[in-house]
Design a protein around this ligand. Sequence first.
Ligand code: NAP
Ligand code: MG
Length: 504
Amino acid sequence: MATTLTATTTYQNFINGEWVPAQSGETFENRNPADNNDVVGTFPASDERDVNAAIEAAAAAADEWRHTPAPVRGEILFKASHLLEQRKEQYAKDMTREMGKVLKETRGDVQEAIDCGFYYAGEGRRLWGHTAPSELRRKFGMYVRQPVGLCALITPWNFPMAIPSWKIFPALIAGNTAIIKPASDTPLSVKNLVETLHDAGVPKGVLNMVTGSGSKVGNNLINDDRMRLLSFTGSSDVGRHIAEVAGRSLKKCSMEMGGKNPLVVMDDAKLELALEGAVWAAFGTTGQRCTAASRIIVHEKVYDSFKEQFIARVKALKVGNGLQGAEMGPCVNKSQRETVQQYVQIGIDEGAHLATGGHILDSGDYANGWFHEPTVFTEVDQNMRIAQEEIFGPVTALIKCSDIDHALEIVNNTMFGLSCSVYTQDVNRAFKFVEEAYFGIAYINAPTIGAEVHYPFGGTRQTGNGHREASETALDIFTEWKTIYIDYSGVLQKAQIDHPTGQE
Ligand code: NAP
Ligand code: MG
């Protein structure tokens, strides 16, 4: 792979409408995982002073922003989405360079932010409340959404612009001010999004970005009592920590975390469709998707045939630099590739059959990147660690099932509950699957990946804590309901007590 040495750009935090360095002057490097000689840029290694400045800016901007009419806020988001459309190609290239997924996928990532922006811009003229008839005469009741206040948005690296957009757009349309802390592997994509919102006219202080480590920037942000909402997407371990902090300080919190997503292939499935979907769901984004199909559960009648064809397709996948036409890019960093290697060993030790892959790629064109072979284990038992734990890399497990009930037993044998899918032509099996799979998202005849912004996104069990991002349901995260009673009777009326059965 050609080394693409370019001048290193120094990027800054965005606080109160200004680009500023960390107060300490410290920085960290962002490198291209396909070519470690390529430094994408340096970013501020911020500490509590920078977090505090961002919180002060967000607090100072809060009143003016929440009093700005929501349709006017929507117009700014609409303009931002148009700007993102114009900048899509450059932002997609930046994203591939900073985290490795292939260009067609990073274009999709930016497109998701565009879709999200247009969707929530439209919410500026909805943000619907409700009314219901009062039980008393001449009394009116309604409930409306109001902003939560200051929001801490903490995001992962695998959808570097899409996931930040899922948080920023609903937060802003609802009238909140926010501070985003990007994953340290992907600050450039968040900088691109924040800059676009600034260019579209988001006022100073409304949206701030502070880069730096989870332990410093993240922890300072979540522990500050001025923050009202902690919105997190990332690993279950970090999510648990943030939820504990939120619990102790009684902050609102939404957590979107890991997955171990099953894709089921029944004996009546269209095999070609299932094969294509399984390869895409298991190895898209190098398997580093929260919705990646890491358990492929195949009916025993078609298991051998599926296995043979699946392995052939996986072997044919072109691994390489996502900017140069590869089908699968590198792991995001060294430690993620080490995790993958550890799980390969765990799978071997547990007695699963390593059918293809299993090795790091580190010679020739691969020498400077964090590449790993796409890897398939077969003859996997549903209770093995490789069938239970999130690997977050290019590794999937084939598990045999005997019928739809057995498939569902395996599907639900997990601590996670994000996305599941079944390939079948039988409507009865499909509906049974939908009814019994305890997951947040279910697909029929489509892979486990493919969320659209106007449908709820999130999961059950340890994937989440009961919220759903995207669509109108994200507004339940980013707003508080306020109930309003208007009594125009001119007399004291008592709910429940003035009930007809309570009268003499
Ligand atoms: P991660 O290690 O949990 O990091 C996520 C974010 O949390 C990063 O910005 C990280 O900062 C920050 N962080 C780390 N420690 C923190 C702390 N003590 N306090 C506050 N913030 C802290 O996750 P990741 O490796 O970036 O992403 C992979 C995980 O995300 C996988 O488990 C995947 O399943 C999950 N994910 C879930 C969804 C979903 O919607 N369910 C979507 C995508 C990804 P640094 O980068 O500086 O460490
Ligand atoms: Mg990087």
